[in-house]
Design a protein around this ligand. Sequence first.
Ligand code: GLN
Length: 484
Amino acid sequence: MHTKTLIELSTALHNGDISSVELTQHYLNRINSHNSELNAFITVAEDHALEQARAADSRLQQKTAGRLTGIPLAHKDIFCTEGLRTSCGSKMLDNFIAPYNATVVEKTNAAGMVTLGKTNMDEFAMGSSNETSFYGQVQNPWDKQYVPGGSSGGSAAAVAANLAPIATGTDTGGSIRQPASLCNLTGLKPTYGRISRYGMIAFASSLDQAGPMAHSAEDAALLLNEMAGFDPRDSTSVEQDVPDYSATLNDSIEGLKIGLPKEYFGEGLDPQVAAAVETAIKTYESLGAIIKDITLPNTSLAVPTYYVVAPAECSSNLSRMDGVRFGHRCDDPKDLLDLYQRSRGEGFGEEVKRRIMIGTYALSAGYYDAYYLKAQQCRRLISDDFKQAFNDVDVIMGPTAPTTAFKLGAKTDDPVAMYLADIYTISTNLAGLPGMSIPAGFVKGLPVGLQIIGNYFDEARLLNVAHRYQQATDWHQQSPDNFK
Ligand code: GLN
């Protein structure tokens, strides 16, 4: 049951071969037996899920069900869920029960999908290994000594281990694509503004974007159909029609122009990862694509630019966590300042504090021009590189991450080494472009991801390009031995 595609599950539900309650119970049982090995879920919403499943079953009986009605999913614990804890991986929000649903959750609910629970994540989505979570590290189902990637590591582990058929994630600098790469999944970060950020706890508002984490492009398209769209409650969401992303999956890619940026194949890239990516590119050539060498000359500015912009924005966003309105409050504060200081000091973890400090510094009078303003200028240069490149090519390809999964603990003492895990993903967030990671082979038993970057609002093409590859290969169908 847990190895079926969403379309197979949907067909089984619509034909009455299985009920949503049975399907949901099947996944809840898998979570109960395997979550302790992986720590993929922070909250398992058993009662809530079964209630949603019963409602889905009545819609299925009354023939008012949609394509995804009755299908379970897991939400990253960054999305507000009414009545369920929304922790964002932080002690600060350990006691926070959201009073409303994020638009993404509202939309999956309206589609009749069933929320199995909330997945583990790096604290406030800051990290590339899921090791900064207050709820502890997540283990990679492919090898439990390795990280699943971050910050959407819980969603990645849950789907890779078949504890949920699909999940949501968010990506500020790579947090959908990098864990997808490390766990053999198909993850898509859409164009900035494609999906509403309302009710998605903000890390860096000008970079954050939600997206699906799935086994295949076909599954990802189905969930994106539900997640995407304009939302008047998010002033950065874009008022543009949502195409049916499933409708164009099979389009021909004959003549597709693929750009390979030379900066994505240089120093720091594991040669075996490079080899797997090159094999994938050959497959595209055999499918009729045309390969072009391109350059994105400002790539080396991406990580330093991001680590000014993202901390600057997070220092402002996280100021609302002050021990007054919601979240953690210290015991017996002696005055207001003590309340702020101790509540924040106790509630936030080390990485979050580091970012707040850097961001506050970069925004302070006297340093603003030297850091923040400079970073914004670099950001423009990075966007212009892509603009230039898309004059000549339809999509850009390269590795998603420089290496396969690394060992738990390997980079926890070296923040800069950790930051470099996102070296190929961060630029697309700075430019607001859509990017995707798809399974492209294994190195020593650990998955490799191929990244596909598209032009603005070209998600349909990315999914099409990914799907055609998945018709020709079976990497995406591989599951880790212990979770088949
Ligand atoms: N790893 C990056 C960071 O730590 C990106 C995280 C993300 O995309 N949420 O900021």
